[in-house]
Ligand binder design. Structure first.
Ligand SMILES: Nc1nc2c([nH]c(=O)n2[C@H]2C[C@H](O)[C@@H](COP(=O)(O)OP(=O)(O)OP(=O)(O)O)O2)c(=O)[nH]1
Length: 140
């Protein structure tokens, strides 16, 4: 049987020249791997709306969503994850850790210090070409 397609959205939260990297709780699927915070896109939801909802659920934080960075698919044993990552920035900074055990701001040069979820690897590679401090948002 064909594996199910799971559409997922992740936020590359920007602060200066750094991006927030987040470690999944041990008891979750892909536990202890690092990722971009986010989650599954619900039917009839835009990726941007899903990202805002997920960040509110996971950190109790409000965000502004910016440009799409990249999309990559990876076939796990439980299904095919199609991960789209967008730049975003925090409006609030509550950082309630509900789904994550650790968060850390890193420059793209520091992305190799951690073990990423497999779907994230090509996206992380693409981000190494971007100058994070030049990322712009529409609101300013
Ligand atoms: N959020 C997120 N999930 C990722 C990334 N990379 C990656 O392979 N995944 C996988 C892990 C999960 O199988 C799936 C996303 O599910 P999730 O568990 O984060 O999302 P959710 O909150 O909507 O799910 P649920 O636990 O409520 O069912 O995508 C990533 O960078 N961010």
């Amino acid at each position: 049987m064909a594996k199910k397609l799971i559409k997922v959205v992740g936020a590359a939260l920007v602060s200066g020249d750094k991006i927030l990297t987040t470690k999944r709780n041990s008891d979750r699927i892909l536990g202890d791997l690092w990722e971009f915070p986010g989650g599954k896109i619900e039917p009839n939801e835009t990726p941007q709306a899903a990202l805002k909802r997920e960040l509110e659920e996971e950190f109790d934080d409000e965000i502004i969503v910016g440009d799409h960075i990249a999309t990559a698919s990876y076939e796990y044993d439980f299904g095919i994850v199609e991960l789209s990552v967008y730049f975003a920035k925090l409006v609030t900074k509550n950082f309630e850790l509900i789904a994550h055990s650790e968060v850390k701001w890193r420059t793209v040069d520091e992305f190799d210090e951690i073990t990423w979820a497999p779907a994230d690897v090509p996206i992380v590679e693409a981000m190494k070409q971007i100058k994070i401090e030049d990322v712009k948002f529409d609101d300013k």
